[in-house]
Design a protein. Structure first.
Length: 386
């Protein structure tokens, strides 16, 4: 789960990360009032969407009066903002964050993320902010410092000092930098983050060190431990199909292809997606209906698959282990009828009572193809949508 910049800043402030004062707003008038309430000559109006690259896309504007702030708000609120991370349709801006403006002397990059290779969080820092970190990693990898965080002991003081040195911070600024880095790491660990990124971290002309932007992502599987974080969820920012799937306890992830997949078991679902691609197709989703999926779940899954306009065909690949193949076949038949299925459907069943399951499918009167192997199933669905 991701949260908005202003929410991340509110959380990080509790861990001692310095941020500017700001006010989240939902209307043009609120934005005007926020400028006045901040009482600063320079403020920044920032579109709150779960995507980066807002600055270049016109979603971050410096303003010097309440009227100017309102004008900016008028141009942003309720409209889609297209950045290089949103896709061409963009994201509708529903919240603006009005923040006291900073006099930037220097921009840096700082992030904590989970590194599976070293089985621990790592802190990543670069003295060159503003540029995209991916670009820096590709062309100038030596500019990026990496420090593994001990999973129990946390970040060691010497590591924070080394990171500050790499960032070119000295004296009081190094002390402030170490405190900021320490706070970010503690927030990451205590809140079960998957990512905590500050881009840019800045030094102001007055010599302050602070977080000018903040992005945080959380491990969904740990959210039950953090009610206060879970409450920050913004369903507007999530794929409606994924939100719907969650209600029915289905693991669903939307992808960009056109073959809808319904599979039981995460491993089998991944294998199915791989084989579809090997046969020249593109999966529209990852969907694991679980080992004990019932008829209702199969129907819900079908509805979600079909609500995706891109889906031109469906591949069902189910192994009847806990569930018997005839039960699954009944579920598929009921779902296909209930949803008035109008795209090609290929079903591959294997496991307990497979013969009976196949017979039910063949006798269903539905226009569907069956397959004995995964290869055959993938070939059939790819051919069917051509
Ligand atoms: P992003 O483009 O979505 O990553 O949004 P950021 O919050 O990182 O802002 C983009 C850029 O806007 C920053 O890199 C800064 O250059 C600029 N910016 C943001 N806030 C301020 C500010 O308070 N003062 C000044 N001068 N520039 C700012
Ligand atoms: Mn940024």
């Amino acid at each position: 789960m991701n949260i908005h910049e202003y929410q991340a800043k509110q959380l990080l402030a509790k861990f001692g990360v310095p941020v500017s004062k700001g006010i989240p707003c939902k209307t043009v008038d609120e934005v005007g009032k926020a400028y006045t309430d901040l009482g600063v000559p320079l403020a920044v109006v920032k579109a709150q969407i779960h995507a980066g690259g807002r600055g270049k896309a016109g979603g971050v504007k410096l303003v010097r009066s309440a009227d100017e702030a309102k004008k900016v708000a008028q141009n942003l609120l309720g409209k889609p903002l297209v950045t290089h991370q949103t896709g061409p349709q963009g994201r509708i801006v529903k919240t603006l964050y009005v923040e006291a403006g900073s006099d930037i002397a220097r921009e840096m990059y700082l992030a904590v993320l989970m590194d599976r290779a070293v089985q621990a969080p790592v802190v990543i820092a670069a003295a060159e902010g503003g540029v995209e970190i991916e670009e820096l990693a590709a062309h100038k990898p030596q500019a990026i410092a990496r420090h593994r965080v001990h999973p129990v002991k946390g970040l060691m003081p010497f590591q924070a000092r080394a990171l500050c040195k790499h960032l070119g911070l000295v004296g009081e600024q190094a002390k402030a930098g170490a405190k900021l880095i320490g706070g970010l790491v503690r927030a990451f660990m205590e809140l079960d983050c998957s990512l905590a990124e500050i881009n840019p971290m800045i030094v102001t002309k007055q010599g302050e060190v602070k977080a000018l932007d903040a992005k945080m992502g959380f491990d969904d599987n740990a959210l039950f431990r953090h009610k206060e974080v879970a409450e920050l969820r913004d369903l507007n920012e999530e794929d409606p199909k994924e939100v719907e799937a969650k209600k029915f306890d289905l693991s669903y992830i939307a992808l960009s292809g056109n073959i809808g997949c319904m599979v039981n078991g995460a491993g089998l679902a991944m294998a199915t997606m791989d084989v579809i691609q090997q046969k020249g197709g593109m999966p529209a989703n990852f969907l694991d209906v679980g080992g004990g999926a019932n008829k209702e779940q199969v129907t819900d899954a079908f509805r979600i698959l079909l609500s995706d306009q891109n889906v031109k065909g469906i591949l069902v690949n189910i192994f009847g282990g806990i569930m018997k193949c005839d039960t699954i076949a009944e579920g598929v038949i009921a779902a296909a009828k209930e949803t008035h299925l109008s795209v090609p459907l290929v079903v591959r069943l294997e496991g307990t009572n497979v013969e009976l399951g196949r017979k039910l499918l063949q006798q269903s009167g539905l226009d569907l193809a069956t397959a004995a192997t995964l290869d055959e199933a993938a070939e059939k669905i790819v051919a069917a949508i051509r």
